[in-house]
Design a protein around this ligand. Sequence first.
Ligand code: FE
Ligand code: FE
Ligand code: ZN
Length: 278
Amino acid sequence: MLTIGCHLSKSKGYYHMGQEALSIDANTFQFFSRNPRGGKSKKIDLHDINKFLTLKNKNNIPLILAHSPYTMNACSKKVEIRELANSMISEDLETMEYLPNNLYNFHPGSHTGQGKETGIKQISNMLNNCIKENQTTTILLETMAGKGTEIGSKFEELNDIINQVELNEYLGVCLDTCHVYDGGYDIKNNLDNVIDEFDDIIGLNRLYAIHLNDSVHGLNSHKDRHACIGDGKLGLDAISNIINHPKLKKLPFFLETPNDIDGYKKEIRILKNHYNNK
Ligand code: FE
Ligand code: FE
Ligand code: ZN
């Protein structure tokens, strides 16, 4: 069975997101862990969480994916921005333990002129500060498009971060199809090679989730503009190959396409129609 969902708004709580996901035939979803503009996260609503966990069990939602705010930057040259990233992730990971055994994705960061090596060290330091032994959450580094001074558009960079983290058994990768294509990995014409390269450099055992997006711009464009499935430079055939690839097809797929809820429902129906259940 295809595990698929889309990005939903958390403003009405976890139970509401669960119901919304089920209403569009999704069996998972992604949400922002907190307001993208930062600031304190909302108080934890245990009643809402418990209602959601019951719904999740009853409807076989295998796991969900939290996404940290885009504004977070663990390798900014400004120390106060790095410290903010540190406190945001620490607090988010504490919250995640109320929803055990799920995934938490973040953008590694932009080094803002400090250079990649320094940036990678700062990201790893932040993770070394925040990861707690025995946490149940797996933290995912997202593959990036390589816009500006972004770190994470090369598999080697993600691997360097992972290698500098002590408790890296709690780390994995979320592969964003728009970002990797923008970053120069030809998943349209050479999907097998890209998967082999990922396996050689990082290891497929680290791949926990896919952000499933088409791309407005072409290979190596470093632009990061998501398109609806079939409307971009990847196209429906390439995306269908991705969800059906034997090494990927069991992973959870999350749509981050420019859609409203009806648009997501339609995309999920199309993708299910293209998925080989065998
Ligand atoms: Fe992202
Ligand atoms: Fe993404
Ligand atoms: Zn993106």
